[in-house]
Design a protein around this ligand. Structure first.
Ligand SMILES: [Mg+2]
Length: 287
């Protein structure tokens, strides 16, 4: 344990796991993570899995986790797209029509939620480039679109000019691959923010909206929630901004030396070497 950390809450009813670097690495589960999740399920603790990925549906993650020996449900999975839907439902119920930049999984998730969704490449372009669109949208929702091009950005810009709110599923600058990095959704969001001069509303961590959407939907107060993540910048900061405590696990991007050097809102309430230590920390706190 590191000195100076705040305490974990005395009572924990909701545990939110980050996925990559916590539950799995690539296609392999982190050793002990299936057992940790099974134990939490058996205790009746509410469990959620939260990822900034906007491209895969929640059902896709249920399948992926199931293949690793972690049975879960769509209700337990939160992507930055599903968190965006939940956020809009609670805080911007006037948003019905959405112009979307993103992948197929994002379109599917937004459509399933009952929103009137048109992808940017399916919008009829304005009569004159840069002019008003032939229809109005309540919001432009931006996720990672591997096929984004100038035409899609131009359409989205016109929609914002026409009064649409600009909503970013996440602002991750980079998207990790086994071989290196690709531009993340945040790079596309930055292009639109620059072009429109509009500050986007960001949902994914470290913005607080994603974890807030989870606590609000679960009905469990943030003070009884713990986020378990491997990334101080995204998971720990996001937890704190949403009023939740955080356990930093050292199975992903952070090691003990990095954890010891953290300051301010990046300092977690506890550090755990891996899933077994997470259980030791949580066991006395479950009701
Ligand atoms: Mg992670």
């Amino acid at each position: 344990m590191i000195g100076g950390m705040a305490e974990l809450p005395p009572r924990v009813r909701l545990v939110i796991f980050d996925l990559d670097g916590v539950i799995y690495r690539g296609s392999d589960p982190v050793p002990g993570s299936p057992e940790l999740v099974a134990w939490l399920h058996a205790t009746g603790t509410a469990v959620r899995f939260a990822t900034n990925n906007s491209m895969v549906t929640r059902a896709g993650y249920v399948e992926r986790l199931g293949a690793m020996g972690i049975p879960t449900t769509v209700e337990e999975i939160v992507t930055s797209t599903s968190a965006t839907v939940e956020h809009l439902r609670r805080h911007a119920p006037e948003v019905r029509s959405v112009l979307a930049i993103g992948a197929d999984g994002m379109r599917e998730e937004l459509t399933t939620a009952g929103l009137d969704v048109v992808m940017a490449d399916a919008v009829e372009p304005p009569t004159h480039p840069g002019g008003p669109l032939l229809r109005r949208f309540d919001a432009v929702v931006v996720g990672l679109d591997p096929l984004v091009d100038y035409a899609r950005l131009a359409i989205a810009m016109s929609a914002v000019a026409g009064g649409a709110q600009l909503v970013a599923t996440n602002a991750d600058t980079r998207y990790p691959t086994p071989a290196g990095f690709l531009p993340g959704a945040g790079s596309i969001v930055a292009a639109l923010a620059t072009a429109t001069g509009v500050t986007p509303e960001v949902i994914g961590k470290p913005a607080p909206a994603m974890f807030r959407a989870i606590t609000e939907a679960s009905g469990i107060p943030a003070a009884e929630c713990v986020v378990v993540g491997d990334n101080p910048d995204a998971d720990v900061v996001g937890a704190h901004r949403a009023g939740c405590a955080a356990i930093l696990v050292l199975t992903g991007v952070a090691d003990a030396a990095l954890a010891a050097g953290l300051r301010g809102e990046r300092v977690p309430e506890a550090v755990a070497a891996g899933p077994a230590e997470v259980r030791v920390l949580l066991e006395p706190r479950l009701s």
